[in-house]
Design a protein around this ligand. Structure first.
Ligand code: HEC
Ligand code: HEC
Ligand code: HEC
Length: 431
């Protein structure tokens, strides 16, 4: 018996030893070499293609600070354990990518590996770009090389140990980074395949819309089922009728992607407005339609707040101004004074249907995440009837008042018990 115990112990010790050595070898093994790529002849057509790819992949949004030079980097990404800054990707040889080979660039975009083989953090959305075709990445670099070289060094990352150890990303990549490359599905028409490529690889929609696990990996079985990140909720955009965009027509989706407004459904705010402004509004009608076709074909997921609950909630509220108005900081009083003139009590929008809250997912979310953001920062959208505008109330109201009015909105228009708190509003102000 004792002998057997000792033998088992030895086997386990050996396995642990192999595990430790194997992990160390894995961590310190040289990075995969950058592929050698026969550079295509530089031409206006190549640069034009690269510019379109850069737009569809929205590289500019992250690699530019507000009011700064395009692609010169410096934008901060605040994570729970520190801040990461997007680097300069203009052709400057010292501070940008001017000295990079095509192979190094392809390796960075599809495998998250830097110039000298260092592992990059997935705040750079290479998990989606892994699907990009090599020719597209090479064209994209040719375009970047035509931009003015800007001398600018992004601030150094401020990550806490152990997150500042780039090598640890290797374990993460082993689990969550798809193999680089793209294959069309021969059983599907070209339009569907184009939409698939635009949504998953270039548009990286899943980076915001797909739920993540505890290790920050995208849950593959829940593609586009909705997730909350950096203070905003990116809704379920699968074809579920109640919880996703299953009740939107193909035209509704195309219109939303092009303009940020789908009448009766949604207005884009926050990070989605950025995606529309920088990227989606500049894509061809044909590509937007391909994206809509693909989105309508994926598997519906029943995740997130349901629109089917809204009718009952609004009937319950009587569509009207409630008879009694309590205390000074009460959400109802704030709504009456500051919001009802535009939104009305029935949620149809007073002067303009753009301000309708019926059909909006944000008011059905008990967390009131996007409601808080919109009350703080306001919003705006251009429609064929001109610009519709909501002012921000960050200066006008305290955290407690904004929490109160947000909870009131999800209660009156969504029948939800809101979970906004002054603490969450204070956090949202910092995001
Ligand atoms: C969601 C934000 C985001 C998007 C979108 C994005 N990047 Fe980045 N990118 C980053 C961040 C953050 C880093 C720094 C990562 C790190 O320090 O590990 C980075 C790093 C890089 C690097 C490495 C540069 C260096 O000096 O090491 C390259 C190259 C790059 N990005 C190119 C691109 C291209 C090309 C696109 C579009 C196809 C793109 N990025 C889109 C955030 C983004
Ligand atoms: C940087 C994060 C981010 C990316 C990338 C992103 N979205 Fe969004 N999306 C959001 C957020 C946040 C919202 C909610 C905005 C709001 O309601 O004001 C949203 C809302 C939407 C909506 C409206 C849903 C509804 O029910 O109101 C659609 C449709 C949508 N996104 C499609 C896409 C598609 C298609 C892509 C890829 C091309 C994409 N998004 C990429 C963050 C993102
Ligand atoms: C001047 C008119 C105006 C006023 C005042 C106004 N809004 Fe808005 N609101 C709009 C318009 C227009 C939109 C649609 C644009 C958008 O969503 O960005 C909107 C959108 C919203 C949304 C939807 C956000 C989303 O992402 O789904 C909410 C919630 C909201 N307002 C709440 C409020 C509250 C609460 C107040 C008062 C504190 C208020 N609004 C004051 C015009 C107004």
């Amino acid at each position: 018996m004792k002998d057997r115990g000792r033998r088992i112990f030895r086997v386990i010790a050996l396995l642990i030893g192999i595990g430790i050595l194997g992990s160390a070898a894995f961590l310190f093994w040289p990075a995969p070499a950058a592929p050698s790529i026969a550079a295509p002849p530089a031409s206006a057509a190549l640069v034009a293609r690269g510019r379109y790819i850069a737009t569809a992949a929205d590289c500019v949004a992250c690699h530019t600070v507000e009011g700064g030079q395009e692609y010169a980097g410096g934008r901060a990404f605040k994570l729970p354990f520190g801040t990461i800054y997007a680097p300069n990707i203009t052709p400057d040889r010292d501070t940008g990518i001017g000295a990079w080979t095509d192979g190094q660039f392809v390796r960075a975009v599809r495998q998250g590996i830097g110039e000298h083989g260092e592992d990059l953090y997935p705040a750079f959305t290479y998990t989606s770009y892994a699907g990009m075709q090599v020719e597209d990445v090479v064209a994209l670099k040719a375009y970047l090389m035509t931009l003015p070289a800007v001398r600018a060094k992004a601030p150094s990352n401020t990550l806490a140990f152990p997150f500042n150890q780039r090598r640890l990303m290797r374990f993460w990549k082993l689990l969550f980074l798809p193999r680089p490359g793209w294959k069309d599905d021969p059983g599907q028409p070209p339009e569907w395949n184009r939409g698939h490529y635009l949504i998953t690889a270039l548009g990286h929609c899943g980076e915001c819309h797909t739920p993540r696990n505890l290790a920050y990996g995208m849950k593959s079985g829940s593609f586009l089922a909705g997730e909350t990140m950096a203070g905003w909720t990116a809704w379920n955009i699968t074809p579920s009728r109640g919880r996703g965009i299953g009740s939107w027509s193909e035209d509704d989706i195309v219109r939303y992607l092009r303009s940020g407004y789908a009448p009766g459904h949604a207005v884009a705010g926050g990070p989605m407005k950025e995606a529309v402004d920088y990227s989606l509004s500049k894509l061809s009608e044909r590509d937007l339609r391909a994206m809509a076709v693909y989105l309508r074909s994926i598997k519906a997921k029943e995740h997130g707040p349901s629109l089917e609950d809204q009718g009952a909630a609004l009937r319950g509220s009587g569509f009207t101004r409630p008879a009694s108005l309590a205390g000074p900081a009460d959400g109802r009083r704030i709504f009456e004074g500051a919001c009802a003139s535009c939104h009305g009590w029935n949620g149809q929008g007073q002067q303009s249907p753009v301000a309708a809250l019926v059909g909006r997912r944000s008011v059905l979310d008990p967390e009131a995440t996007n409601v808080i953001q919109t009350v703080l920062h306001g919003g705006s959208v251009r429609t064929e009837h001109g610009r519709a505008f909501m002012p921000g109330f960050a200066e006008a109201y305290s955290d407690a008042e904004i929490a109160a009015v947000s909870n009131y909105v999800v209660s009156h228009f969504g029948g939800q018990t809101g979970k906004a708190t002054p603490k969450r509003v204070a956090e949202a102000r910092r995001q």
